[in-house]
Design a protein around this ligand. Structure first.
Ligand code: PNS
Length: 162
């Protein structure tokens, strides 16, 4: 069975992430979308909230599981017998950082774990969770960026009811 993990902050999940999730789920037998529990960041949504949002957003994809992790990604992947990491690339600006992380993970895992990049569909290449949060914080329109139920939850965090 070919399994892969798609790690990320997903704070919140965007259509760009969902595009990568759908496409990766068509390539692998099982895809685990895993939310990083990063104590250094102060996220808009708790890990539990992000996991629940991702579960709802991927409920029609039977081979997609949602989980969370803390610590090193390679340790999490190894303990789940996963050897492939999926990451999305939106633009050349993502590349340098992602290349460094992928090479570090390959080295740290004694070459047991490889990263496969999916290029984000052009229509979503401009999207980021940070810009979604900034737009929503000013009560701007995030419906082109995230599913409607996610938009409602984001607006709620900023005290808006739309
Ligand atoms: O959505 P993000 O914030 O770009 O995701 C980044 C993520 C979660 C993939 C990355 O920060 C990560 O894997 N962190 C776990 C810690 C780790 O393994 N670090 C070693 C790589 S240098």
């Amino acid at each position: 069975m070919k399994a892969a993990v798609y790690p990320g902050s997903f704070d919140p999940v965007t259509y760009g992430h969902l595009d990568v999730i759908v496409r990766a789920s068509q390539i692998f037998d099982e895809l685990t979308v895993s939310v990083l529990n990063n104590t250094q960041k102060s996220p808009l949504f708790s890990v539990e909230e992000r996991v629940n949002i991702l579960k709802e957003a991927t409920k029609d994809l039977p081979n997609v599981k949602v989980d969370s992790f803390s610590g090193l990604l390679i340790d999490y992947a190894k303990s789940n017998h996963i050897h492939v990491v999926i990451r999305g690339l939106r633009a050349i600006t993502d590349f340098e950082f992602e290349l460094q992380v992928a090479q570090t993970n390959r080295k740290l895992s004694n070459e047991e774990i490889d990263t496969i990049f999916l290029t984000t569909s052009l229509e979503y290449a401009y999207l980021s969770s940070s810009s979604v949060k900034e737009i929503a914080s000013f009560n701007g329109d995030i419906l082109p960026c995230v599913p409607a139920f996610v938009a409602d939850l984001v607006y709620e965090k900023y005290g808006y009811k739309r």
